[in-house]
Design a protein around this ligand. Structure first.
Ligand code: PGA
Length: 250
């Protein structure tokens, strides 16, 4: 199967103008760029990243408002994000679910706004350690998918990515083993295929780095990575991207 990879950086609330200058001075890809590299900086740096990044790099936001405009202090709408030429938006990251009380209902509204503005959502789902330890992982994933997506959204051939991010693996240095991740990704594919024939790429997120990327990306149901900590180092992030290039191009 020819599998296109999506290698996405989630910078979270990190970076500065000086960081961006330095980052892109060293991020030069010699490969064929047959896969997609995506960088999601804080909104305020979307333009700076667009200006400094090589042209093959796509830019994304880390969130999107479910409103169009108005008295919503601190928010950015889908139109505003699209105006900055961002092509992607991370939606429903576990840090937003936890620190900003984002529910599946709200995440669904945000996802619909992204689609309305031609921004490809990167929908994040994943279980906590308590849910995993009590054997609820697949049920939690099932609920998260079905409460946000439906066959209408999916069958419109919507461009979308899903990121499976086990919460216990985010920023902890613990990674799901390739088999553990692949099992959940396969389950996500099964749930989605019950709703639509639209085949959505599923990225893995949670302490992915160059030392574990190869074994994860080689798994059948893993189509890329959403990378936090390791994406803040340009050479490390480029290594992960190049691993995806090697797997795809042999
Ligand atoms: P991490 O973060 O790579 O630092 O674990 C991933 C994410 O939160 O998207």
């Amino acid at each position: 199967m020819d599998k296109k990879f999506f290698i996405a950086a989630n910078w979270k609330m990190n970076a500065s103008l000086a960081f961006i200058d330095e980052y892109f001075a060293s991020l030069r890809s010699e490969s064929e760029n047959s896969n997609e590299m995506i960088i999601c900086p804080p909104d305020i740096y979307i333009q700076s990243v667009k200006e400094k990044a090589p042209s093959f790099v796509k830019v994304g936001a880390q969130n999107i408002s479910h409103h169009d405009s108005g008295a919503y202090t601190g928010e950015c709408s889908g139109k505003m994000i699209g105006d900055q030429s961002a092509k992607y938006a991370i939606i429903g990251h576990s840090e937003r679910r936890e620190y900003h009380n984002e529910s599946n209902d709200l995440i669904r509204l945000k996802l619909l706004k992204a689609i309305e503005h031609d921004i490809t959502p990167i929908l994040c789902i994943g279980e906590s350690i308590e849910q995993r330890d009590s054997g609820q992982t697949l049920d939690v994933i099932n609920d998260q998918i079905r409460s946000v997506l439906d066959s209408e959204i999916l069958s419109a051939n919507t461009n979308m990515l899903i990121a499976y991010e086990p919460i216990w693996a985010i920023g902890t240095g613990l990674t799901a083993t390739p088999d553990m991740a692949n099992e959940v990704h396969a389950h996500i594919h099964t749930v989605l295929s019950e709703m639509s024939s639209n085949r959505i790429p599923i990225l893995y997120g949670g302490s992915m780095k160059s030392s574990n990327a190869k074994e994860l990306l080689q798994m059948e149901h893993i189509h890329g990575g959403l990378i936090g900590g390791a994406s803040l180092d340009a050479s490390e992030f480029l290594k992960i991207y190049n691993i995806a290039e090697e797997i795809r191009n042999g």
